[in-house]
Ligand binder design. Sequence first.
Ligand code: AMP
Ligand code: ZN
Length: 434
Amino acid sequence: MAYFDKDIETAPRERLREIQLSRLQKSVTQALKIPFYRDRLNENGISSGEQIKDLSDIRKIPFTTKDDLRASFPEGLLAVSKDEVVRLHTSSGTTGTPTVICHTKNDLNAWAGLVARSMVASGATKSDVFQNMTGYGMFTGGLGMHYGAELVGMTILPMGSGNTRRQLEYMKYFKTTIVHATPSYMLHIATKLEEAQISLSDLCLKKGFLGAEPYSENTRIKIENLFKIDVYNSYGLSEMNGPGVAFECEYKNGMHLWEDAFYLEIIDPETGEPVAEGNSGELVFTTLMREATPLLRYRCRDIASILAGECPCGRTHRRISRITGRADDMLIVNGVNIFPGQIESVIMRHPEVGTNYQILLENKGELEKLTVNIEISAAAFSGDIHSLDRLKAELAEDIKGAVIVRPEVKLHEPGSLPVTEGKAVRVIDNRIRI
Ligand code: AMP
Ligand code: ZN
C-alpha cells in the first residue's frame, strides 16, 4: 500500500484530534483578522483562538452560510494582505452571486498536497499518464487536479473540457492511464468511441477520477463496465479549495475525508443540531490549514453520512458516503419530496439504459407532471417495439417505486439528449408557480 504522506494519513485518531485542535485554534485566530468574523465571533464571546480549549468548543462558533460568503463579493473574506494572495477562485454556481475564495502560496501548496495524497490513495503513481478533462478556468477541478498530479509526478495532458474526438485520440496516442472528468461527461464520451473509430483495446485506461457532481453507485458500475476501468469518487467544493476534500482509496468503499485539513460536522439541515453517529445530514466544514480565506463551520448543503468502521488501507481519516443530494435540490412534485439522485439510481440499474437522462417538470392542469427522458443503449434501440414498451413500463414502475410519483417515461435514441461540458443539468423545471 502506497501513501503520499504516511505519517499523517495513518496517524492514530488521538493524534489527529490533537492536530485538529491546535489547527482549529489557529484558524479562529486567523478568522479574527477578518472584520466579518471578528464581529460574529465577538458577539458570541470569542475574541481569541485560545478560547477554543476542546474540539467540542467549535459549537460556540456560529455557522457560516453561502449567503455570508456571497455578501463579501467581490473582495471575499480575506485574512491576509492582498499582496499575499496569489490566486482566487469562484464557485461554479450558475445562479446568484458567486462565492470568492482567495489563496496564498502556502494555501496552494497545501491544496496540491491534499490532491496528491488523494490520487496516491487510489494507487496512482508517477508512471501514470493523467488526462485532465475538466475546465481549467475558475472551476477548481482543472487546476486543482493538475497541481496534485504534478506533485505525484504523473505526465499530465492538460486538455480542459470538451472536444470529445480529440480527447479520445489523445487518450490513444499518449497512452493515457488515468482520466479526470465529471461522470456525465464520461458517460457521454463512451457514446463517441465508435464515431472516433477507437476501440477499448486501443486505449490503456486504468482509472477514472470522477466527481464535481452527484452520481449513483449504479452509474459508477456502468462507467466501469463501459471503459473496463476502476472509478474513484472525488469530492470537493470551491469553498474548501476544490478537489482533494474527500477521495476514495484502492478499496473504493467511501471517500476518506482529510481530517487534518477539514474539520467535519454533520447536522440536521432543519434544526442545525448534530445528527446521530452514522446518520446522514448536511456537511459542515471548518478549514484547518487555510491562511487567506479561513472558513468556520461552513454549511455547504451537501448531504452525506460518515461510514462506520476502519478501512483496510490503514488510513485513519474517516470515510464519507456518496453525496446523496443537496439540502436545496429536493424537488417537490405534487407535494411529494423527490431527490433527482433516487431516479438516477433506479434507472441506471437497467442494462438497456444508455448514458444520458433528464428530468422534466411541468404543470398539468391543477397538478404537476414528472417526465423522465431516458436515452437507451444502441443495442436496446434496435430491439423490437414490444420490448421497448415493456422497458418503458418497467422504468416507470421502478421510478414510482423509488419516488412515489408516477412519471411518464420517454425513451430516446442514444446521443439525442442535450449534453453539458461541465456539471450536468439533470432537472428542467418548467413549472409556473402562481
Ligand atoms: P463547486 O464549488 O462549484 O465546484 O461545486 C461544488 C459542489 O459540487 C459540491 O458542493 C457538491 O454539491 C458537488 N460535488 C462535487 N464533487 C462531488 C461528488 N463527488 N459527488 C457529488 N457531488 C459533488
Ligand atoms: Zn481506505
